[in-house]
Each structure stands twice: as C-alpha cells, then as structure tokens.
Design a protein around this ligand. Structure first.
Ligand SMILES: NC(=O)c1ccc[n+]([C@@H]2O[C@H](COP(=O)([O-])OP(=O)(O)OC[C@H]3O[C@@H](n4cnc5c(N)ncnc54)[C@H](O)[C@@H]3O)[C@@H](O)[C@H]2O)c1
Length: 327
C-alpha cells in the first residue's frame, strides 16, 4: 500500500517533511492546503500530479487521503477533528495547540477515531537519544536535568513568532523540544516554577514574547531540573542541549546537532547521530499508517499533551508568581 498524504500549512517545516517523504517509496504526497493559496500552489508545483487547496474541508472532501500532515503555526490549530473524524491518520507539528482545553478536545477526538497519530518531537528518534537512555538506565538514577535553548534574535518583522498570542512564546514554541526530551528521558514532571520576562528586545516593533526565562522542575522520580531559554543571545553564545546528571555518569544530548556526550570520571565519549531524525519520524509514521502497527511511534498526540501542559504551566507560574503541580 502506498500512503496518500495531504499537507495543511505549506511553510518552512512542511518543506522539511516534503523533502523526507520524497525519500520514502511508500509515501505519496497528493495535496496541499494553505490559507495562502500561492504557497499551496507553489508546493503543489514541486510534486507532479498533486493539487492545491485553500480550504481544508474542500481538500478533505475532494481527496482520498490516508494521512494529513498538520504544519500550521501554533495559533492556527483547531481543525484537527475534521481530519480524524474522517478516519484520516494525522501527523501534527509541535506545539500541538496554545491551550490545554483545545489539545484535550483534539486528543479525545483522536482516541475516539482510533487513527494513527504522531507529533513532531523528532529528537526522540535520534540514535544518540536512545544511547543516552540506555546509558542512564544502567548508571542511574538521574538526579538532575539541565537544559538550554539559547538563540540569537533572527525573526523577520511581523513574524507570527514574536506575538505571544500567536506562538505561545519561546517556552511553548521552541524550548518545548527540550522539555519534551527531559520528559522522554527523565520521566514525568510533578511540579514546575517559571520566571519568564522580556528584558532585552523591548525595542523590536511588535515583540511581546519573553526573551529570557528559567523554568525549574521537580520530576516524579525525585530528580530536579532547570531549562534556560533566550532568543536574545549573541551568535557566539547559542545552542540547544540537555544534560542528565546520574549517579555514575552524565549524558548530554546536543539538540539540533544530535550528538551525545557521555561523561565518565576518567573520559568523555562523544557520539554523532547516524540518523536524520526528521526522516526517521516520517518513515516510522508512514510505516505505522501502512501496517497499523504503531509501536515505533515515539511521540503520540496524547504524550505531547503532557509536554504542552508543562510549558503552559511554566508560563502560568511566571504570571501568577507561584509553582504549579502538573496534574
Ligand atoms: N519540529 C521542528 O523542528 C519544527 C521546526 C520548525 C517549525 N516547527 C513547527 O511547525 C509549525 C509551523 O512552523 P513553520 O516554520 O512551518 O511556519 P511558517 O510560517 O513557515 O508556515 C506556516 C504555514 O501555515 C499556513 N497557515 C496558517 N494558518 C493556516 C490554516 N488555518 N490553514 C492552512 N494553512 C495555514 C501559513 O500560511 C504558512 O504557509 C509551528 O508550530 C512550528 O513550531 C517545527
């Protein structure tokens, strides 16, 4: 069976998935939908025989799709029920929504429909992530988690990212990858406390997301953790990484670079990733749709809801100046 795929949202991350799906013989992209029809047409022009739509319902009516990739900005979620209620399998880019109410509603619809579902937390698919998990299991327990998402400011004027109501802010939209890896490796978070502020980029027109933040976490295992984020760093002081300090080892995962560094008392082992995590998450999703076997999916929608919960509560904690239990 070849899996027929439609896209909703044809921007940056959609291009990334298109390039991966082209490398998977069992996948065929047949339709593109974007509120900006020119973007849908542009994407369709790159794949022979595919069609462009501006309206989601029209695409779902006209096409016989096995799966849809949802690649819209955070504020634009909310139509997912239309997809799954038609028994169409779904891949959703992170963050899955901007409110827990909406994400829970979509999660219920997915569960009810019983469709294959996956969320774009691609770092879970790195072989180096697996190596860190196995090393930590043998040399644990984990006592402390230290993560960072440090970027320079690079967004063009009027980009949706710089408006909190559209992106959810850096913790919800970007550092979510670090929070997700923290949960994937160290287990569930029980308490969260955040201090988020806008201090360095106040002069950027329209910018109202936080540009510096720290989020402290207590894990159910007892481990403590912190994630620092900024989008206002210098180009020479950037990087995404997360370190897990365990009884007999420290394992560090290098976010975008995908490396693992394993620190022992007498040596440091550095391992580079052998897999492309985007290709791997797409390959696993397509295979799950094709066979119905979902055991390879490492980030189902229901699990991504928990990462959203931690990041939203970190925001609320900062607003209300108190820690929150993650129920
Ligand atoms: N996993 C990753 O590494 C990764 C990387 C980049 C972006 N993302 C995520 O992907 C999502 C999209 O980011 P992007 O960089 O591709 O954004 P983008 O702005 O480049 O593209 C988004 C596209 O969605 C379209 N769109 C908006 N609302 C729509 C709607 N209601 N119906 C149809 N189309 C609509 C826009 O017109 C635009 O073409 C974000 O949530 C982002 O966090 C994930």
């Amino acid at each position: 069976m070849v899996v027929s795929i439609g896209f909703i949202g044809c921007g940056g991350i959609a291009q990334q998935h298109m390039s991966c799906l082209r490398q998977i013989p069992e996948a065929k992209i047949v339709a593109f939908c974007d509120i900006d029809i020119n973007r849908a047409k542009m994407a369709a022009s790159s794949i022979q025989g595919s069609r462009a739509y501006q309206d989601i319902s029209e695409m779902l009516r006209a096409e016989k799709l096995d799966a849809v990739y949802v690649c819209v900005p955070p504020f634009a979620h909310g139509f997912e029920k239309l997809i799954v209620e038609k028994d169409v399998n779904i891949f959703v880019e992170k963050p899955i929504a901007l409110t827990l109410e909406l994400a829970k509603d979509i999660d219920s619809a997915i569960t009810k429909a019983g469709v294959v579902n996956s969320v774009g937390y691609m770092w879970r698919y790195l072989d180096t992530t697996e190596l860190a998990i196995q090393t930590l299991e043998k040399n644990g327990p984990i006592g402390m988690v230290i993560g960072q998402y440090h970027d320079p400011y690079w967004f063009p004027p009027n980009h949706w990212w710089i408006e909190k109501a559209k992106s959810g802010g850096q913790v919800v939209e970007q550092s979510t990858h670090i929070f997700d890896l923290a949960r994937y490796v160290a287990g569930e978070v029980s308490r969260v406390y955040g201090e988020l502020d806008t201090l360095l980029l106040k002069d950027v027109p329209g910018f109202n997301v936080e540009d510096v933040s720290i989020v402290c976490m207590k894990f159910k295992s007892g481990a403590v953790g912190v994630v620092t984020s900024t989008c206002a760093s210098r180009k020479t002081f950037t990087g995404t990484k997360i370190s897990f300090l365990a009884k007999n080892v420290v394992a560090e995962l290098g976010g975008h670079a995908g490396y693992a560094k394993i620190y022992w008392n007498d040596r440091v082992e550095e391992v580079n990733a052998k897999v492309d995590p985007y290709l791997e998450e797409d390959r696993v999703f397509v295979e799950a749709v094709r066979t119905g076997n979902t055991s390879g999916i490492r980030s189902p929608y229901h699990d991504a809801l928990e990462t959203l919960k931690v990041t939203i509560l970190a925001n609320r904690s900062s607003e209300e100046k108190r820690p929150f239990l993650v129920g």
